[in-house]
Write a protein that binds this ligand. Structure first.
Ligand code: UDP
Length: 319
């Protein structure tokens, strides 16, 4: 099979590429980013890295025509961007998605759209069922531009499905693992890893009681592959994650233990890290019944094990 993965050089995309290559498929990735996360594949004859954007319609169309299945993962992701460059978030995530869907529809190719648990916003009623409400703050709070952009992408998916496009929507819950972001930037795990590598204090925001369901990359990828291959997934929205909640304080303690670093926890104010244009989410928990039933996958890698794999990868990179 030939698979197109937009954003295939990113964290999720590179692991998904590995999975399809491992199974003997041919993979085309379309990505504007660096080849760092897929550099081990550059010599593989079944792997093709097209360094371009989803706004290059000619290129995009030629790839869509070649491929049997499309994963649309190209997006501007990362809390630092939501606040620093909301325009890029909205433009790429909404208009770029529309380009992919329009051309996939024209050539009748199945699309898996990778969305996010951010779509649910801060709905206090957890765990979240795929059809639960989205609860967002004011449009003046830049944080919500990412959630809104992905929700708009999902609406486009539903609209194109009504016009006959085969489409699946998946929503990730704090996926983590080797190749996640860069140390010190992006998500809580990589920020903590940077601090651990230097034996600095671990900056837990607020009182550390906020929770996330940290989902190990291998589990997330098994579910993502199934979302593209299982006919039963078509037309569905499916949460991808574990429903085991971890407080940020527990995460910090686990990471200190696994790394053996001399770091201690330091509680800091939310504004000192993200500025005013941000709102944290207290709890984020998926209902995972659909993932189990339709995709046949359970995200059961224990946090300690996933953190160990991730820490070891980043430590090796830092040497
Ligand atoms: N967080 C933290 N210290 C940091 C960075 C993040 O305590 O240095 C917290 C943040 O407040 C949030 C959680 O870690 O509650 C997860 O943040 P992340 O940016 O990884 O992504 P989110 O799950 O909020 O999208």
């Amino acid at each position: 099979m030939r698979v197109l993965i937009t954003g295939g050089a990113g964290f999720l995309g590179s692991h998904l590429t590995d999975a399809f290559i491992r199974e003997g498929n041919e993979v085309f990735i379309l990505d504007t980013g660096s080849s760092f996360k897929i550099r081990h594949l550059l010599d593989n004859a079944r792997f093709h890295f097209v360094h371009d954007t989803v706004f290059n319609l000619e290129m995009l169309e030629s790839l869509i025509i070649k491929c049997d299945l499309i994963y649309h993962m190209a997006a501007v992701v990362g809390v630092e961007h939501y606040v620093a460059d909301p325009y890029a978030v909205l433009n790429v995530n909404i208009n770029g998605t529309q380009n992919v869907l329009r051309l996939a529809h024209k050539h009748n190719r199945k699309v898996v759209f990778t969305s996010t648990s951010e779509v649910y916003g801060r709905n206090p009623k957890v765990p979240w069922d795929e059809d639960d409400d989205r609860v967002l703050g004011s449009t003046r709070i830049d944080r919500w531009c990412y959630s809104t952009s992905k929700a708009a992408g999902e609406h486009f998916c539903h609209a194109y499905r009504k016009m006959g496009l085969p489409v699946v929507i998946v929503r990730y819950f704090n996926a983590y693992g080797p190749r996640l972001d860069r140390v010190d930037v992006g998500r809580v795990l990589t920020i903590f890893i940077g601090q651990l590598l230097r034996n600095e204090p671990i900056t837990v925001i607020g009182d550390g009681s906020q929770t996330r369901c940290f989902t190990y990359i291998d589990d997330a990828i098994r579910a993502t592959v199934a979302a593209g291959l299982k006919p039963e997934a078509e037309g569905e929205i499916i949460n991808i994650g574990t429903d085991v909640e971890t407080t940020i304080s527990e995460l910090a303690e686990t990471m200190i233990r696994v790394s053996g670093a001399a770091s201690k926890i330091k509680f800091v104010a939310e504004e000192s890290v993200y500025g005013k244009s941000y709102e944290d989410i207290q709890r984020r928990v998926p209902r995972v019944e659909k993932m189990h039933r339709i995709l046949g996958v359970k995200a059961d890698t224990p946090l300690e094990e996933g953190v160990r794999q991730t820490w070891e990868w980043f430590r090796a990179m830092a040497q």
